[in-house]
Design a protein around this ligand. Structure first.
Ligand code: CTP
Length: 134
């Protein structure tokens, strides 16, 4: 039987345990995990601020995970299907904060939404750390 490739996407800024768990659970759904790490420019256009860690640092951190086989830079949200086809992915995994929003790629691969880890987010951590100084 052929290898099953899983793909997932995210910013993975200020790497935390929710990121570890989603990557481990994504990897468990196949034989090979490929991760699209969103570009700094993409985050600036989406959130109006750059990530704390640069795209090179975020890719290096994600790539260092034992369960991650390959990383690439996600430069555009609209190119999801191209990335899926380019990396030969059989299944797209996203956290359930994205439920329904990627169903449109369902004609090129399976789409699975995993439950988020409760009570942790990059935004929450940044706010917490910023509050420590005041
Ligand atoms: N994720 C998760 N559990 C969390 C936080 C994130 O499963 N507690 C998942 C997201 O659903 C996504 C991936 O991790 O599939 C990358 O999420 P990202 O947006 O980079 O992390 P967040 O902590 O949600 O960042 P932010 O607060 O900036 O939205």
């Amino acid at each position: 039987m052929s290898e099953r490739t899983v793909i997932t996407f995210g910013t993975f800024d200020v790497f935390h345990v929710g990121h570890v768990r989603v990557l481990e659970r994504a990897a468990a759904l196949g034989d090979r995990l490929v991760v699209g790490v969103s570009a700094d420019e993409l985050n600036i256009s989406k959130k109006g601020r750059p990530p704390v860690y640069s795209e090179d640092e975020r890719m290096e951190i994600v790539k260092a995970m034992r369960v991650v086989d390959a990383v690439f830079l996600e430069e555009s949200l609209e190119q999801k299907k191209d990335y899926i086809l380019e990396h030969g992915a059989d299944v797209l995994v996203m956290g359930d904060d994205w439920t329904g929003r990627f169903d449109w790629v369902g004609d090129v691969c399976e789409v699975v939404y995993l439950p988020r880890t409760p009570s942790v987010s990059t935004t929450g951590l940044i706010e917490h750390i910023a509050g420590l100084g005041s």
